[in-house]
Design a protein around this ligand. Structure first.
Ligand SMILES: [Zn+2]
Length: 433
């Protein structure tokens, strides 16, 4: 990735959490910072020029829930390939989960990830494990990891099932000013579920993961957050009951936030049958029902659901090409999050453009207590350029991730992130087909 410190971006429409994108402007970037925002800026010598042709521009998007697989499972994804997928999807920054090998459970691993990503245009923020080796038995050195660059704590991949560990983690999180993110699943209720427990799982004769397995754990965490004063962030929310619990807790003033993945507001458990047990519709939490999808959209609209994340979870082809019950959970999502959000939330009018950008660029940083990038003179240029109407086909050649486990592969999508600018680097996302 080449350095592009001096660049003139012409004809972009700025969007923020409150502005929907008005008239076109030009952005001059010098040394990686926004030098000027104006109308009809003329190219200067030694300056690269990019005509955005009316694309929108917003502060760079932030995906607060990705699995980059490095260290330990580089055949699925590396920090580099994951960041290429992120850039293609319009994300300038990501926060990566600790279920690597070794887990992100010491400051050394946190610093290794920061170092591996330092030259890339996408900024990577490690999320440290709550417990050593994510086993749920003893706490990690949270404050040491925070000093090394960890922005939150989670045992994601697995829940923090031990209530005493969660209590202690929330107490520390309150002191450190960072959230604890929990994969909300009561394993005794959910195992050995392969899909959502309901009519369809019963018909197919598959063991299901009931909604209550997620809701019981969220209820516990809300109580512990209230008790400790800590901040619980509910990972990848997926059931109507879970949204109700978070809505109620928020109205009670408890420090709880949550996120939703595009697959949970786009697809239902009917896909397992319709697609003939395609392992690319197997994930945790599983695809739920139409009623749950509606609850996700309602939660996004009324602000109960703060952010959109992908839970980008790459798995190699040979790992997913097995019988449904043996396949690992998870799908890639960085490349398609924007299009699915446009098609399911923006086009039907559930969210306005600025509300969608709020959930992709502003809320994740607010939850993690990070600075909000601004499109303003003197600020570092951290930008996503995107449209809402371009049709494109997400075929295999467009996958930037090392893995191809996506339920949207081969589909015609609408809306695309055409470029990002971050850390002094401009990345244009040209289609390959
Ligand atoms: Zn998870």
């Amino acid at each position: 990735m080449t350095l592009t410190p001096d660049l003139l971006i012409q004809n972009v429409k700025p969007v923020t959490d409150t502005k929907k994108g008005g008239k076109k402007v030009d952005l001059r970037i010098r040394g990686g910072k926004i030098d000027s925002v104006g109308d009809g800026l003329k190219p200067e010598p030694n300056e690269e020029v990019y005509d955005a042709e009316g694309a929108y521009v917003s502060p760079g998007w932030f995906d607060m829930h990705v699995h980059l697989r490095e260290p330990g499972q580089e055949h699925k994804e590396t920090i580099r390939s994951g960041c290429e997928a992120a850039a293609f999807g319009g994300f300038t920054e990501v926060a990566c989960m600790p279920n690597t090998d070794p887990a992100i459970h010491t400051r050394d691993v946190v610093e290794y990830i920061k170092k591996q990503s330092s030259e890339l245009p996408v900024e990577v923020y490690p999320i440290g494990a709550v417990t050593r080796e994510r086993k749920g038995e003893s706490l990690t050195e949270m404050s040491d990891m925070k000093e090394g660059g960890a922005v939150a704590f989670s045992d994601d991949g697995d829940p923090v099932w031990n209530s005493q560990m969660m209590r202690l983690a929330l107490e520390y999180s309150a002191m450190l000013g960072v959230p604890v993110i929990n994969h909300e699943e009561d394993l005794d209720l959910s195992r050995p579920g392969h899909m959502h427990e309901g009519e369809i799982s019963a018909r197919l004769g598959l063991d299901g993961t009931p909604a209550i397995a997620e809701e019981v754990m969220i209820a516990r965490d809300i109580l512990l957050a209230e008790f400790t004063g800590g901040h619980i962030h509910v990972a990848h929310i997926s059931t109507a009951g879970a949204v109700d619990l978070v809505r109620k807790a928020k109205s009670d003033g408890i420090r709880v936030t949550t996120e939703v993945c595009p697959h949970h507001f786009d697809l239902t458990d009917a896909e397992v049958h319709a697609r003939g047990f395609d392992t690319n519709v197997k994930m945790h939490p599983p695809l739920r029902t139409e009623e749950d999808v509606e609850a996700m959209i309602k939660g996004l609209k009324d602000g109960t659901i703060d952010a959109i994340c992908t839970d980008h979870a790459p798995h190699a082809e040979e790992e997913k090409e097995v019988e449904f019950i043996y396949a690992p959970n998870g799908i890639i999502g960085l490349e398609t999050a924007w299009s699915i959000s446009v098609m399911r939330l923006l086009q039907p009018g559930h969210l306005e453009l600025n509300q969608l950008i709020d959930k992709l660029a502003f809320q994740p940083r607010k939850i993690l207590g990070l600075n909000l990038p601004e499109i303003k003179e003197g600020e570092p240029a951290n930008l996503t350029l995107f449209n809402t109407d371009e049709s494109w086909k997400f075929d295999e050649r467009e996958v930037r991730s090392k893995s191809k486990n996506s339920p949207w592969l081969g589909q015609e999508l609408t809306g695309r992130a055409v470029a990002i600018y971050n850390k002094g680097r401009f990345v244009e996302n040209r289609l390959r087909n």
